[in-house]
Design a binder for this molecule. Structure first.
Ligand code: FAD
Length: 511
C-alpha cells in the first residue's frame, strides 16, 4: 500500500494547477499526479483558441464577460459562480504567467486579445493557435521542479476507494503499466481531474484518453453527477479522414473574420442569428447541421480566403500547416468543416469550493460541473474554469488539510484483476466503434424521443455483450476503459430522457 497526502488523478491544466499550488504550500507533503498515457495526451494539450479573461489593463469589463457567459449558457448558469470565476480570471491568469506560460503580445507590448464566438469584446489570451500545448508544457515543467510532486505517466486509476461509514473517498487502485501491478494508493485528499468524454462519440475533437473515467469512477461510488446530457458540439471540426480525433478549426479563426458558407457558396449565418458567424456554438452547430442536411455534401465550408494577407499563417500556424498538408491553398480554397463532439458542460457536481458530494474528494476541470456554463459553454471559458477552480479547491484545502488523517483500512474493497495476456483487443475495438457510431447517430446535435429510446436499448445490448465477453476472463485496461465509456453513454442517455425542455446544447426535436 502506498500512502500519499494528495492523489491527483489527471495531469492536464486542472490537475497540474492544483498540484503546483499544494506542493508549494506544503513542501513536506507528498503529491502523486497520474496520467493514464503520456503527459502530452490530454484535452489541455490540444486547446487552440486560448483562455478568456478581463485583464485590469484592458478596455473591457467583468460584467460584460459575465453577461456573455450567461447569454451563451441560456441563462441557466449559476450567476454567483459566473461572477466568481470571471472576477478571479485575472488572478488565475497571473498564476499561469508566473508559472512560465507565454501569451502573445502585440507590437505595443500589450497582450494580443483574440475575439471568439459569443464574446462581445476581444478578451482571449493565447499562444498562437496552440495555447493548450504551451500551458501543458509550462505547467509540467513547473511541477517537475517541485521535488514533492511525483509525476506518473501510464498509470491508470481503475477504481476509487471509499469508506461508506463516513462517506469519505480515501484513495484509488492504480494500474502501473511499467510494473504491470495494481497498486493501492491511500491519500488524505483525492483530486479528480480526468478531463472530457468526447470518445463516446465517433467524431470528436478529443483525444483517445477522453473516456470520462473520473466521472464513471466517482458515479460508481455514489458521487452526484449532473448535466451529462449537455454535450457541446463544436461547429467547425475539419471534415475528412480523422482517425481517433477530428482536427479542430478554432473559433478564433471566425473571430479573425472567417465566414461559413454552404455548398452554393452562400454565407448563411445571418439567416440564423444576428451575431452571424460569431454566434455561440450551439446556434452555429445547429445551423451547420441544417445546411448540411439541405445539401449534397456532408460538410459546410469555412472561408478564410479574404484574411490570408492579415498574418493568418503567423496567427494560426498549426491550422495553416494542417490545411496545407491536406492540399488546401487557403488563398483560394475553402476549408470543409462539420460539427464534432467537443466538450461536456456537466460532470461531477461540485460546490463553490470545488468539493464533490463525497468527503475528501474534489473534482476540477472538464470532469466537473460547477454551474459556470449553464447549458452551453462560452468559448475559452473552459481553461479559465479549470485554473480558477484549482485555486478555489486549493483555498479550501488550506482550511481542512491539517485536520485530515489517513484512513487505511481498505482490505475489504474489490479491485479488478488485470490480465495483460488475454487478447480481448479485437472484439473490444469493435464494441467501442459500435458504441461511438451509435452515439453519433442517435445522441448528437439533434435528438428525438425515438433516438434517445433507441440508444437506451442499444447501450443495454452492448453492455450485455461486453459482460459476456469479459465473463470469466480477467479485465484488461482497455476493457476497463470501455466499461467507463459505457457508464458515460448510459448517463448521457438517462439525463437526456429526464430533460423536459430544450436549452443551449441540448436539442430534442420532440420537446
Ligand atoms: C481540440 C480542443 C480545443 C480546445 N480549445 C479550447 C480553448 O481554446 N479554450 C478553452 O478554454 N478550452 C478549450 N478546449 C477545452 C479544454 O481544452 C479542456 O476542457 C481542458 O483542457 C480540460 O482540462 P482538464 O485538466 O480538465 O483535462 P485534460 O486536459 O483532458 O486532462 C485529463 C488528464 O486526466 C488523465 N486521466 C484520464 N483518465 C485517467 C485515469 N483513469 N487514470 C489516470 N489518469 C487519467 C489524462 O491522462 C490526462 O492527463 C479545447 C478542447 C479540445 C479537445
Amino acid at each position: 500500500m502506498i500512502k500519499r497526502d494528495f492523489l491527483v488523478i489527471g495531469a492536464g491544466i486542472a490537475g497540474l494547477s492544483y498540484a503546483i499550488k499544494v506542493a508549494s504550500k506544503w513542501p513536506k507533503s507528498k503529491i502523486m499526479v497520474l496520467s493514464k498515457e503520456g503527459f502530452d495526451n490530454s484535452n489541455t494539450q490540444y486547446a487552440q483558441g486560448g483562455i478568456a479573461g478581463v485583464l485590469p489593463c484592458s478596455n473591457d469589463q467583468v460584467n460584460k464577460h459575465v453577461e456573455d457567459t450567461m447569454i451563451a449558457g441560456d441563462h441557466k448558469n449559476d450567476k454567483e459562480i459566473v461572477e466568481m470565476v470571471v472576477s478571479e480570471a485575472s488572478e488565475s491568469i497571473d498564476d499561469l504567467i508566473n508559472w512560465g506560460v507565454d501569451f502573445d503580445k502585440n507590437n505595443k507590448g500589450k497582450y494580443d486579445l483574440g475575439l471568439e464566438g459569443g464574446h462581445s469584446k476581444n478578451r482571449v489570451l493565447h499562444h498562437k493557435d496552440f495555447t493548450g500545448k504551451e500551458i501543458q508544457d509550462k505547467l509540467l515543467r513547473q511541477a517537475e521542479n517541485l521535488s514533492n510532486i511525483e509525476l506518473l505517466h501510464h498509470n491508470f486509476a481503475l477504481e476509487l476507494i471509499n469508506n461508506k461509514s463516513n462517506n469519505r473517498v480515501i484513495g484509488a487502485y492504480i494500474y502501473n503499466a511499467e510494473s504491470e501491478k495494481v497498486e493501492t494508493v491511500v491519500s488524505k485528499i483525492v483530486f479528480i481531474a480526468t478531463g472530457g468524454i468526447g470518445q463516446v462519440y465517433k467524431i470528436t475533437t478529443n483525444p483517445n484518453v477522453a473516456t470520462g473515467d473520473g466521472i464513471a469512477l466517482a458515479y460508481r461510488i455514489g458521487a452526484n453527477v449532473e448535466g451529462m446530457e449537455l454535450v457541446q458540439f463544436h461547429p467547425t471540426a475539419l471534415f475528412g479522414d480523422i482517425g481517433d480525433r477530428a482536427f479542430l478549426i478554432s473559433e478564433a479563426v471566425r473571430g479573425a473574420g472567417a465566414i461559413l458558407r454552404n455548398e452554393n457558396g452562400e454565407a448563411y449565418m445571418e439567416k440564423y442569428d444576428v451575431r452571424k458567424d460569431l454566434a455561440p456554438r450551439d446556434i452555429v452547430a445547429r445551423a451547420n447541421l441544417n445546411e448540411i442536411r439541405n445539401s449534397t455534401i456532408p460538410y459546410v465550408y469555412l472561408d478564410v480566403t479574404h484574411i490570408q494577407d492579415n498574418g493568418f499563417e503567423k496567427h494560426f500556424p498549426v491550422i495553416f500547416a494542417k490545411c496545407k498538408e491536406l492540399g488546401l491553398n487557403l488563398k483560394k480554397d475553402y476549408i470543409p468543416v462539420a460539427p464534432a463532439a467537443h466538450y461536456l458542460c456537466g460532470g461531477i457536481s461540485v460546490n463553490k469550493k470545488g468539493k464533490s458530494s463525497l468527503n475528501g474528494m474534489y473534482a476540477c476541470g472538464e470532469c466537473s460541473s460547477t454551474g459556470l456554463h449553464g447549458t452551453n459553454r462560452l468559448a475559452s471559458n473552459s481553461l479559465l474554469e479549470a485554473v480558477v477552480y484549482a485555486n478555489q479547491s486549493y483555498k479550501n484545502t488550506l482550511n481542512e488539510f491539517d485536520n485530515i488523517e489517513f484512513e487505511v483500512d481498505v482490505d475489504d474493497f474489490w479491485h479488478p484483476v488485470i490480465n495483460k495476456n488475454i487478447s480481448l483487443d479485437l472484439p473490444l475495438k469493435e464494441l467501442r466503434k459500435k458504441l461511438q457510431w451509435l452515439m453519433s447517430s442517435y445522441m448528437a446535435v439533434e435528438k428525438s424521443d425515438e433516438s434517445i429510446n433507441t440508444m437506451a436499448k442499444e447501450v443495454e445490448k452492448i453492455s450485455s455483450n461486453f459482460e459476456k465477453l469479459i465473463h470469466s476472463k480477467a479485465y484488461t485496461i482497455k476493457s476497463l476503459e470501455f466499461r467507463n465509456l459505457l457508464s458515460i453513454s448510459q448517463l448521457i442517455v438517462e439525463h437526456s430522457k429526464e430533460r423536459k425542455s430544450n436549452s443551449g446544447v441540448f436539442f430534442n426535436k420532440d420537446l
